[in-house]
Design a protein around this ligand. Structure first.
Ligand code: FEO
Ligand code: CA
Ligand code: CA
Ligand code: CA
Length: 625
């Protein structure tokens, strides 16, 4: 592999490079057989009528005019420029940009020409913002926010061509990832970061952590640097987020595989190949830091890919990796409660043909209690979706899998394959409706659906909640647990929306009936419910505005009414960017929205593009969700 090329690839394409699909396949005919758009939807619905309260999104066409009436804003048009657009009556401004100082010693460290020097790289806001949550602590508003990945070409000198040449450059790249905890305040100029707040903190590849749960201390996670296997260092590729019931932050380690490589022998085993861990790392860290060198530390990758809990209220607290929640490419972690008080965490594994998981604690939680021990002891389940719109959660136990509990947790994907979990179209964010027991998962896209098995050899047949071959648009599946209890084993499901392009296609690729020329989009990714029960949908897709994607424009954020099915476009991102991460101020009057990997010179208008969190508010001072 050419490292100069791999750093330019999306994570999805990086995985594909490791394991390309064949040129031809047995399923080529399936697209030809796709039935008409209306017929397709009728087919899906036929299974569920009676059994499910079907959302109108799948049932009735909604005109653009009707959609406009259903939302407290006028939906906006697509954009193809390098600006942010929001509806009339709304305003926005940057809250924090890549390289911005969190501490006064780093003020002025960022340069539009050269970025951030390594000495200040852990005292500034990181690059490529992603999941975030807001916490109210002693009357102060704290935001914990992920910096998902790093763009070496933006951070390193131009002469490097994006490949680090020494340990300092590796450290710079590592520090641009991780988590930021920052206090924000509105002192009359709109929200700003509170410089030098005692709560401000960076958590990076270098931060000391602990582990708990059944795999903590197991042989699979021991290294030369940590022979007890209890003290991993660092968190990486922090994608989506979660908020616990007891007020802590969950950061979700996603594409950790690409940081590891080897300068010597490549260790063998399905535990590497299934997770896309190969001899050549994506960023060449292994050449300058032995922790990333598989020939020296073959277990180091087993210490990443976890849900990690951070207490934003205590800057001295040690983050904890919760092995009980399984190891995979974690997108986000949506926590709710079962009827009996147990804690339930829904989680997606974002890779083509991987699974959706649910953790259910053994202990119960009541209002006001800490969460001590709840995320270290419980059952990990994986989802099986049946074609008849029913489904069930399959417990990953030694009996069911033939694996030890430690193996189940470290190699959760392999455990999921053993029990016959449903291979999904890249599960991204999961969000639970606050007004009823109902859960939504964005299945962003899957160009290999029906064409190629997943990394473990599981088939990826067209059908169920993944109904289209070579699915380049994505869909959002939702499920209702039996008896409205998130602790239940059984559920029923339907599709809330199937993204598509009704201007280009007249078959299943036109999308579901709630997709129109006026609101179309591709690749749903980030999702969050607001307090009124509206579902905010963020996209990370093809923003070429050409071919299959003509008329969709730049990536965007939409608002979905899950009762009527209506969906309306609220915000468009600068070209090149994805929209990811969403939370609200404590009074709900300001929405904070992540803009990741923008193109052009956004938002400064000159110099390097800077991933940023923006604040969006209504001019009339009303709430925005
Ligand atoms: Fe980091 Fe799957 O998005
Ligand atoms: Ca991303
Ligand atoms: Ca994502
Ligand atoms: Ca994505």
């Amino acid at each position: 592999m050419d490292i100069k090329k791999t750093t330019d690839l999306s994570w999805d394409d990086f995985d594909e490079l490791r394991d390309p699909r064949p040129d031809s396949n047995d399923f080529d005919a399936v697209v030809e057989q796709a039935i008409s758009r209306r017929g397709f939807l009728g087919g899906v619905l036929a299974f569920g009528s009676g059994a499910l309260a079907m959302g109108a999104g799948m049932l009735g066409a909604t005109s653009a005019r009707a959609q406009a009436a259903a939302f407290p804003f006028e939906p906006i048009d697509i954009a193809t420029d390098f600006e942010i657009h929001v509806p009339q009556g709304y305003q926005w401004k940057p809250l924090v940009k890549w390289g911005q100082a969190l501490f006064s010693e780093a003020e002025g460290a960022y340069s539009p020409e050269t970025g951030v020097p390594v000495e200040m790289s852990d005292k500034v806001f990181g690059e490529n913002t992603d999941g975030m949550e807001l916490f109210l602590v002693d009357g102060k508003e704290l935001v914990a926010v992920n910096s998902e990945y790093v763009n070496p070409k933006i951070n390193l000198p131009a002469s490097s061509e994006g490949v680090p040449a020494n340990a300092d450059e590796v450290m710079l790249l590592k520090n641009m990832q991780g988590v930021t905890v920052m206090e924000i305040a509105d002192n009359g100029n709109g929200y700003e970061v509170v410089l030098d707040s005692p709560f401000n903190r960076r958590i990076t590849h270098e931060t000391q952590m602990t582990m708990d749960g059944p795999a903590a201390g197991s042989d699979l996670v021991k290294t030369n640097a940590d022979p007890e296997g209890m003290s991993p260092k660092g968190t990486m590729n922090n994608c989506g987020s979660g908020k616990t019931l007891w007020g802590t932050y969950l950061t979700c380690e996603e594409n950790f595989n690409g940081y590891f490589g080897t300068t010597g022998e490549m260790p063998e085993g399905e535990g590497y190949s299934r997770y896309g861990i190969g001899a050549e790392g994506r960023y060449a860290y292994e050449k300058y830091d032995p922790r990333y060198d598989l020939s020296q530390e073959p277990n180091e990758p087993h210490r990443h890919g976890w849900i990690t809990e951070i207490d934003p209220s205590d800057p001295e607290s040690t983050p904890v990796k919760h092995t009980a929640l399984g190891r995979f490419k974690h997108e986000n972690a949506e926590m709710v409660q079962a009827e009996d008080g147990r804690v339930v965490v829904y989680m997606g594994d974002d890779e083509r043909g991987e699974f959706i998981y649910k953790f259910v604690s053994n202990g119960t939680w009541s209002d006001g209690e800490p969460g001590d021990g709840l995320l270290s002891d419980g059952t990990l389940y994986v989802a099986k979706f049946n074609p008849d719109q029913t489904g069930e959660w399959l417990a990953l136990t030694p009996d069911a899998t033939g694996m030890s509990m430690e193996e189940i947790l470290v190699f959760s994907r392999m455990a999921g394959s053993k029990v016959g979990a449903t291979t999904m179209d890249r599960p991204e964010w999961i969000a639970c409706n606050p007004l009823k027991a109902e859960t939504y998962c964005a299945l962003t896209n899957n160009k290999n659906r029906g064409l190629k098995p997943n990394e473990g050899g599981d088939e990826t047949p067209v059908g169920g909640p993944n109904p289209r071959e070579a699915n380049n648009y994505g869909q959002i599946v939702r499920w209702t647990p039996e008896n409205g209890d998130h602790g239940a084993i059984d559920f029923t499901w339907d599709l809330y929306v199937m993204a598509g392009n009704p201007e280009v296609h007249d078959d299943a690729y036109a999308g579901s009936e709630n997709v129109t020329a006026g609101n179309m989009f591709n690749s749903p990714d980030g999702m969050a419910f607001d307090s009124t029960g509206m579902l905010w949908i963020q996209t990370d897709g093809d923003d070429s505005n050409e071919g299959d994607f003509a008329g969709m424009g730049n990536n965007q954020m939409l608002v979905g009414n899950t009762e009527t099915g209506d969906i309306a476009r609220f915000l468009t991102a600068p070209n090149g960017a994805e929209v990811t991460g969403l939370c609200w101020s404590a009074d709900r009057k300001v929405a904070f929205v992540g803009i990741q990997h923008p193109g052009g010179a956004w938002p400064d208008g000159e110099g390097k593009p800077r991933s940023s969190v923006i604040a969006v508010w209504r001019e009339d001072g009303e709430t925005v969700g």
